[in-house]
Structure formats: C-alpha cells, structure tokens
Design a binder for this molecule. Structure first.
Ligand code: HEC
Ligand code: HEC
Length: 450
C-alpha cells in the first residue's frame, strides 16, 4: 500500500466513523416539534456523544469534545425500573431462575463496563453499547471490535432488552443469559479465545473476590453466573414514560404537540407502521417480535451501482473517489442475508427482526446495517415502498405520504424518548470502569492465565 492509499484509507475510516453523527444530529432537529426538540437538545448536551460532530461539514468546524471528567455519575435505584416499569411498558418478564437482585445488578453493571474481559483488555460491552449514545454507537454504522476488526451489523441499543422475545437482528438467540457469550467470544468483538479464559480472568481479578458468591448463594464465576449477572443489569434498563406515553396512556392532553398527534394517526393509519411496530391497548413495545424483509438487506447484498462515492476529507472538504480506489484500501463488506443465515430457508432471505421504536431518537444510525442515518431517511425509505425483491414483505408498499406527513411521523417517533434516560445514563457514568492494573492477572502479560 502506498502512502497516499493508506492516507485515503485513514480518512475514509474517520469519515465513516465520525461523519454519521453530524448528519444525524443536524438534520433530525429540523424535523421535530418544539417540545421534543428541547428534550433532545437537553439530553444531547448532558448525555450526548462525548465528541459531537455537529456541523462537521462546515469549514469553520471546531471540536466540541466534552471533558470526560465533567460527566457526572449518580448511582440510581435501578431495581425500581423492574418492579415498577415506567408508564407505557408491561410487567418486566424475569426468568424464575434468575430473579433481579441488588447484588446481581451491581455485579452485572461492573462486568458490563469492564474492559479487561476482552483478549487485550480494551473492550467492555459499553465500548459498543455506549450509555450516552443511547446504549448503542451514534458514530459508526456497523460495530468495530478489538484491533479495529469490523462487523457487518449495527449495535442495537440495550434499553428495554428485558422485553426481547428474539435476540439479535436475525433473532438467533433466545435469552439474555445466553446472548452475552456471543460478544465475549466473537473474533471481531471482544475476541476472548474461550469461555474458560473469561471465567479464569474474572477469578484472578482481585476486585471480583466474593462478589459472585454473594450474588449467587455461594456460587463463583461460571458460564452461567456471568450470563445471569449481566442479564440482571440489562433487565433494569427499562425506559418509557415518554411524552407519547404521558399523552396516550396517561391522558395528559398537552404532553405532546399537535404534530405528534398527527404523526400518531398516520403511524396507525396511512403509513401502516403499526402493522409491525405494535401499540397495544395498555402498553406499547413497538414490535411484533417477528422478522420481515423490507428490501434494505436485499439492496445491500446486491451491491452499489454508482462509480464513485463522495467522501468528506476534512471539515467542509469533499472529494468524489472512484469506488475502485476505495475497494483497494478497504475490506469488502461481508454479505448479510439476515434470517436465512439461521434457517437456510430461501424465503427467509433479508429478513430482520422488527426493533422497538422506544428511544429511537437517541439511537441513530438505523437498521441492521446502520445504513439510514436519520429518521427522515427511514421515512423516505418506507414511503418509496422499501426495495422491491422477490421475497419482499407484502406489508411493505409505497405509502404516498407528503413531506409534511413524513415529518409528522418523525415527530411522533421523536416523542418516544423515555423520561428516565438521564437517570440511567448518570447511573452508568457512576459505574466502575474495569481497567488493567498491576494487581491484574495479565498485567503486561507477566502472569499467565491458565
Ligand atoms: C464490538 C461491539 C460490541 C461489543 C463489545 C458488544 N456488543 Fe452487543 N451487540 C453488538 C452488535 C453488532 C449486535 C448485533 C449483532 C447481531 O444482530 O448479529 C449486538 C447485540 C447485542 C444484544 C441484542 C440486542 C437486540 O436488540 O437483539 C445485546 C443484549 C447485547 N448486544 C449485549 C451485549 C453485552 C452484554 C456485551 C458484553 C458482554 C456486548 N453486547 C458487547 C455489538 C457489540
Ligand atoms: C413489515 C413490517 C414493518 C412495517 C410495516 C414497518 N416496519 Fe419499521 N422495521 C421493520 C423491521 C423488520 C425493521 C428492521 C430492519 C432492518 O434492521 O434492516 C424495522 C426498522 C425500523 C426502524 C429502525 C429502528 C432501529 O433501531 O434501527 C425505524 C425507525 C422504523 N422501522 C420505523 C417504521 C415506520 C415509521 C414505519 C411506517 C412508515 C415502519 N417502520 C413500518 C418492520 C416494519
């Protein structure tokens, strides 16, 4: 690779990594009602990405990076969100053999933020599920794991995962307790070589001494107890009581704007979103727990047809690069056939799970591959009828919505941000970050883990 090729590769990576946030944050604001705008503005400043790239496309751009030290942590009583879920959510399903207790939640939270639980002590769960970025990552389309190894899918948010009936974009996993082992072991995520390696590492870290035994009636760290503790923490991250909930379920007329109310009507009417993003009589999870083909996966699999791609090299500086040049410095994107990869049934090609829409204003970019950067782009995608293909869902068709109507549905989606987001993020800021120290088992790889 020549110097200039390498330079282009870095720049492209940086743009892919950081370009998205700016686009998301600027264009979203122009499509929201005054009230939701204030809420999002607030959460953006208090709990937004540390390095907001708003205005990155302007030559006058200067960084707005927040000083990490200024982020104020405040521990919350997380158990309240399990015993008494916020308005708009049903009872929290908790498996009989893993009741949520204070000890487990606090241990699970510690594990979630522990960077040592990866092969090179750099990656915790929170590196991809970033609390202040909607427990996902607003700055990249698809996840990047240890040593920059990239994955093919967007990291979903962790809010309200307690309610998931099928887990992952292709629904291949069924319980949170089991799910955690996928990122621990995936080569392009935390890249641990084995389950035993993770367990032995935890056993050897002095800070965990006694914590598992306390939380699990004398049982130490095992494949099962690690899964149970992480799940207990994640089951507390329930977020609702949004302006929509206060209006719709709480009957508070002025909780949302007229535009949001129009958006709600369209969502359940002309736009037919509720065919898959369900709203029930006394609660709303905005998902049918099914998998559907909207055509987005088909489009990505079948390749891009343009010859060049516009790339932002620096604030306000663009270049149209030949796709061949980009290809020469990047790895080709892995194909993603969705549910087909689980069932091998050709009818399941490009099917992905319906995600919830709660807190969706905080979780850009969107879809299994993060390819849609704003809620407005999502609306345009649905309005055009997705992307036709031989196995497109019959529920996806051109909608004929006007610009105003698309904005109204966006405003509706912006009203789904839960009132306890700040509390949950502040609690996450208060969590201990597990970082390598001299007491640790593989400090400078001096002591060997067996
Ligand atoms: C390298 C980034 C990365 C790391 C580290 C990571 N995740 Fe994820 N997470 C993802 C991606 C990407 C997906 C979606 C994968 C898929 O659907 O195939 C995901 C999916 C999930 C889901 C399913 C959510 C849903 O809506 O189906 C949960 C729960 C989750 N992760 C929890 C965790 C926990 C717990 C850890 C730490 C043990 C962790 N993640 C570490 C990127 C990451
Ligand atoms: C046929 C069922 C179906 C219908 C109808 C539908 N959706 Fe979806 N929605 C899905 C599926 C499946 C996904 C995930 C697609 C993917 O990951 O590629 C999704 C994803 C989304 C996302 C991205 C969420 C995220 O976290 O990435 C948004 C926003 C969304 N839909 C909004 C809407 C709106 C608004 C409408 C109505 C205009 C609508 N949907 C109609 C099934 C549907």
């Amino acid at each position: 690779m020549t110097f200039s090729q390498r330079h282009i590769a870095y720049v492209i990576n940086a743009v892919i990594l950081f370009g998205v946030a700016g686009i998301v944050l600027t264009s979203e604001n122009s499509h929201s009602s005054a009230e939701t705008k204030t809420r999002v503005e607030e959460s953006k400043h208090l709990y937004g990405p540390g390095d907001v790239k708003e205005g990155y496309d302007s030559p006058d751009y200067t960084t707005k990076t927040l000083d990490l030290q200024k982020r104020i942590g405040k521990e919350a009583d997380l158990l309240q969100f399990v015993s008494n879920p916020p308005l708009g959510l049903p009872d929290v399903p908790v498996p009989e053999d893993n009741p949520v207790t204070k000890e487990k939640v606090s241990l699970g939270r510690k594990l979630f933020f522990d960077r040592r639980l990866s092969i090179n002590d750099t990656f915790s769960c929170a590196i991809c599920h970033i609390p202040e970025q909607g427990f996902t990552n607003n700055e990249i389309q698809t996840a990047v794991g240890v040593e920059g190894r990239s994955g093919k899918r967007n990291a979903p948010m962790i809010y309200n995962v307690a309610y998931l009936e099928i887990i992952f974009h292709d629904g291949r996993e069924s319980t949170l307790e089991q799910q955690v082992w996928a990122p621990f072991l995936a080569r392009n995520e935390m890249a641990n070589p084995s389950i035993g390696y993770v367990i032995n590492k935890i056993k050897a870290i002095p800070e965990y001494k006694g914590l598992f035994e306390q939380a699990f009636h004398g049982r130490g760290p095992t494949m099962e107890t690690v899964g149970m503790a992480l799940s207990a923490y994640q089951r507390t991250l329930n977020s609702a009581d949004s302006p929509f909930d206060r209006w719709h379920f709480g009957k508070q007329e002025d909780a949302v704007s007229e535009q949001v109310k129009r958006g709600y009507e369209l969502f359940n009417g002309k736009a037919t979103c509720n065919a898959c993003h369900l709203i029930h009589d006394d609660y709303a999870l905005f998902t049918d727990n099914q998998l559907h083909n909207t055509g987005l996966g088909y489009l990505a699999s079948m390749g891009v047809t343009t010859k060049t791609t516009r790339v932002q090299l620096a604030p306000g500086v663009y270049a149209d690069l030949d796709n061949e040049v980009i290809k020469s410095v990047s790895r080709p994107k892995e194909n993603d056939v969705g549910r087909y990869e689980v069932t091998q049934n050709p009818n399941d090609r490009w099917k992905f799970r319906t995600p919830t829409l709660r807190n969706v204003a905080l979780t850009a970019p969107y879809m299994h591959d993060g390819s849609l950067h704003t809620l407005r782009q999502v609306m345009e995608f649905y309005n055009q009828g997705g992307v036709p293909n031989e196995v497109l869902s019959p529920l996806i068709k051109p909608l004929g919505l006007t610009d105003q109507e698309m904005d109204d549905v966006v405003a509706f989606m912006m009203s789904l941000t839960g009132s306890n987001v700040g509390t949950l993020v502040a609690d996450a800021f208060a969590a201990p970050i597990g970082d390598i120290s001299k007491d640790d088992p593989n400090w400078a790889h001096e002591k060997n883990i067996k």
